[in-house]
Design a protein around this ligand. Structure first.
Ligand SMILES: *[C@@H]1O[C@H](CO)[C@@H](O)[C@H](O)[C@H]1NC(C)=O
Ligand SMILES: *[C@@H]1O[C@H](CO)[C@@H](O)[C@H](O)[C@H]1NC(C)=O
Length: 365
């Protein structure tokens, strides 16, 4: 149905025979979807009868396996003419970067939340790459980009956690109800479409980006690593009160989310936990490994974690939505997240060194 010829051309022809592997993989997916389909039936028995559309197959026939992500292949994707690309893709997508498979009912309804500031080329590639990827998995999804507004006075440090919380809250306002969320950095690309972007089981958030090219050549990250790409069911994210809003600048917010998840006795899972031989299907490519400047107070804020679980997160989220646009490939939300107190502090910093004199106060919230 979709003309992905451009992408298909790039695929390595190595994965024609993946019967055995995909059998095990889909066994994993079936397990993770079981609770899901039960709750759909329970919620809407009548619409199920009046609308006899079948669920999509457990094994999507559109999967292609590993994708060529060489720099040449990336250049081909990045350089396609914008108008050509948009008119090709909008045949399938609804405005705002929303998608539902045609002809069958998706087994997962997923909102992808992407925190963003100032990384145009990464975002362009991410969208062009991820849409066909998700569509091959026959998911129902939306891509929401939450951009941290930069005002004339300069910008405050990036607050990844707060942008994720905002994406969650805004997605909950959409008419389509998404069952789960994948919080996704813009510079990470999944290398194989057999890496499931389906909803995780309830009580089991999924750490997805645990095998990353720059991180020791794909060696699985430590079990307490919870950054990059993580998936949650709505109820679990609400249970842990979302991310902390208190981490300004690089680092800490993901560690704190892990603490929250552990505190609530949720189990973090990774794809192919039970099939170590398939872990290579969960690999990610990074678009850049230039690390942002770490937030110097992240360790102290992290230590304060437990006293923040209840009060700092979804529950005290305050922001000003500057703009919301349904663009062809994504829902674009621009937010101003500098609370007044912090603004005063931020303006005192050393010009050109946004993190150097940022005396974050633990009592500030
Ligand atoms: C990946 O794609 C590029 C550009 O189309 C091509 O030059 C290269 O040979 C491909 N690499 C592999 C391993 O298929
Ligand atoms: C987590 O489990 C421990 C041990 O069973 C229990 O004491 C604790 O109350 C649980 N925490 C929550 C938040 O349910």
């Amino acid at each position: 149905m979709v003309c992905f010829s451009r992408i298909r051309v790039l695929i390595r022809p190595l994965f024609v025979s993946f019967t055995a592997i995909s059998f095990i993989f889909w066994f994993y997916v079936i397990n993770s979807l079981l609770g899901n389909s039960v709750s759909i039936k329970r919620n809407s028995p009548t619409s199920h009868q009046s609308n006899p559309i079948k669920s999509c197959p457990l094994i999507s026939p559109k999967l292609v396996g590993r994708i060529n992500l060489s720099s040449e292949a990336i250049a081909v994707i990045s350089e396609e003419d914008e108008d050509v690309l948009v008119s090709r893709m909008t045949g399938q997508l609804k405005a705002g970067g929303m998608y539902k498979p045609s002809g069958c009912k998706a087994r997962s309804r997923v909102a992808i939340i992407v925190p963003y500031q100032n990384r145009k080329s990464h975002l362009t590639l991410f969208l062009r790459y991820l849409h066909p990827f998700l569509q091959r998995q026959q998911l129902s999804y939306v891509i929401i980009v939450v951009e941290q507004f930069m005002n004339g006075a300069g910008r405050s440090p990036f607050n990844r956690g707060m942008l994720m919380n905002i994406g969650f809250k805004e997605a909950r306002l959409l008419p389509d109800k998404y069952e789960c969320f994948i919080f996704h950095d813009v510079d990470l690309l999944p290398e194989d479409d057999r890496n499931p972007y389906t909803c995780p089981e309830s009580g089991k958030p999924r750490q997805m980006a645990f095998s990353i090219d720059y991180w020791d050549n794909y060696r699985p990250t430590p079990s307490n690593h919870f950054g990059g790409v993580t998936a949650f069911r709505v109820t679990d994210f609400q249970l842990v009160n979302g991310f902390s809003n208190s981490f300004w600048g690089w680092g800490g917010e993901d560690d704190q989310l892990y603490q929250r998840v552990r505190f609530h006795n949720l189990t973090v899972v990774r794809a192919f936990d039970d099939q170590p031989s398939l872990v290579h299907l969960a690999r990610y490519k990074t678009l850049s490994h230039v690390k942002a400047k770490p937030n110097p107070s992240r360790k102290e804020i992290l230590k304060e974690g437990p006293i923040r679980y209840k009060t700092d997160g979804l529950i005290n989220l305050r922001y000003h939505r500057v703009d919301l646009q349904l663009r062809p490939l994504f829902t674009h939300i621009v937010v101003d997240i500098q609370p007044k107190q912090r603004q005063a502090v931020a303006f005192n910093r050393v010009p050109g060194h946004p993190y150097l004199s940022y005396p974050y106060s633990l009592t500030g919230t």
